[in-house]
Design a binder for this molecule. Structure first.
Ligand SMILES: Cc1ncc(COP(=O)(O)O)c(C=O)c1O
Length: 384
């Protein structure tokens, strides 16, 4: 666990806490001093050196290495893209849907996952959604849906809607037994605990920097298992997908033999400068300790919400980072929280409170106090 002193030191790096109680890392991570410094370093390099592309492409390759190490992959298995959607689209463009045409996904996926694969129906894909039961999508529901016609199974590690955590490893095992691939979307968890794509045995892994990785929008990473890369040739492409982007030969299409083939155009250099120091910061604190801290806060929030009789959309054994409470009037409860300078968010009827290494028990208690004063805005157990 983090000591109080360590926690205070971490928190001091995030100036938003001087103004607000920040419980919205599921939307956007808070701004760290090292991230501000990263932005400044980019601006300084641009101002003072004009067009230091050698230096910028060096940073770009350094970021690939750094992220690969963060998830237990090799740098050549990582593509740097500008959004998770861009990464999924690059993979989708490389697939054919004969004889395997089915894309099987749970209804807790982030909408972009549905949209992209539904768009592939014109190319022969067929999307099959698995409905939730009692707020969960059990592994046996995947077992029933995945068959010998299934091409791919996208799985969100933690759902943006309700904080439900999927058993990715079990789903991957099942999918592989039936010859399907697994695409893990870790946007709602990456940065909160150690991650090892090899141990999970996923085929594709995606995340972006703006949430628990504490970076800006406009930067995401796609991991593709090395063995799959040679057989997948994206038709969404560009010069930064080539073996040598600086060959400048318009007549020659020579895709990189590595995951770089899933990239497209000029990399988002400013975003790399901003994001990578945050990755260092998280690694320095220690991902195991971050996970333990988030779990402790999540327990406190769940226990307090239950004591008030508030209905949770997140399972009560959750380790976080996203705890979602059912509300009768989301706009009103968000406004009451905002009056106390508490930043949270909501989706449908769920009030989303998300916890990260910089949050304290006082943050949790401040939010719970507002809930207690506004119980009429929350759904309570036994309400129906
Ligand atoms: C789980 C998850 N996946 C994907 C996305 C969208 O990613 P992008 O906008 O980078 O395509 C989000 C954004 O909130 C998300 O929460």
């Amino acid at each position: 666990m983090l000591t109080e002193r360590e926690l205070n030191e971490i928190r001091a790096r995030f100036r938003v806490f001087q103004q607000r109680i920040y419980l919205n890392s599921c939307s956007q991570g808070a701004l760290a001093d090292v991230v501000e410094a990263g932005v400044m370093a980019y601006l300084t390099s641009w101002r003072e050196r004009g067009s230091p592309w050698d230096m910028w492409t060096e940073q770009y390759e350094r970021a690939r290495k750094q992220f690969a190490a963060f998830i237990g992959a090799q740098p050549d298995e990582v593509a740097i893209v500008s959004s998770v959607s861009a990464g999924i689209n690059a993979v989708a463009s490389a697939l054919d849907f004969h004889p395997r045409f089915k894309i099987v996904m749970g209804e807790f996926e982030f909408p972009t996952m549905g949209h992209i694969w539904l768009a592939q129906q014109r190319r022969g894909a067929r999307v099959e959604f698995i409905a939730a039961r009692d707020g969960r999508i059990p592994v046996d529901a995947y077992a029933r849906a995945i068959d010998e016609t299934t091409r791919l199974v996208p799985v969100t590690h933690v759902s943006f809607l309700n904080g439900v955590r999927a058993d990715v490893k079990a789903i991957a095992r099942l999918a592989h037994e039936r010859g399907a691939w697994v695409m893990m979307d870790d946007y709602q968890d990456c940065g909160t605990r150690p991650i090892d794509v090899k141990a999970l045995d996923v085929d594709f892994y995606l995340t972006g920097t703006l949430k628990y990785l504490l970076g800006p929008p406009g930067l995401a990473f796609l991991y593709v298992r090395a063995e799959l890369i040679p057989s997948l040739q994206p038709t969404i492409s560009g010069w930064f997908a080539q073996r040598d982007p600086f060959a400048f030969d318009v007549r020659r299409f020579d895709p990189s033999p590595t995951a770089r083939r899933f990239q497209a155009g000029t990399p988002p250099i400013p975003n790399l400068y901003a994001a990578m120091p945050a990755l260092d910061l998280l690694s320095e604190i220690g991902l195991d300790r971050i996970a333990a801290h988030i779990e402790w806060l999540s327990r406190a929030l769940i226990d307090r919400a239950r004591a008030l009789g508030i209905r949770l959309k997140t399972p009560t054994d959750s380790v976080g980072p996203l705890i979602v409470l059912q509300s009768k009037d989301l706009r009103a409860i968000l406004a009451r929280l905002a009056e106390r300078r508490i930043v949270a968010s909501g989706r449908h009827d769920g009030l989303r409170l998300s916890l990260h290494v910089y949050n304290t028990l006082d943050d949790v208690e401040a939010a719970v106090a507002v809930l207690e004063e506004n119980l009429d805005l929350m759904v309570r157990e036994g309400d129906d």
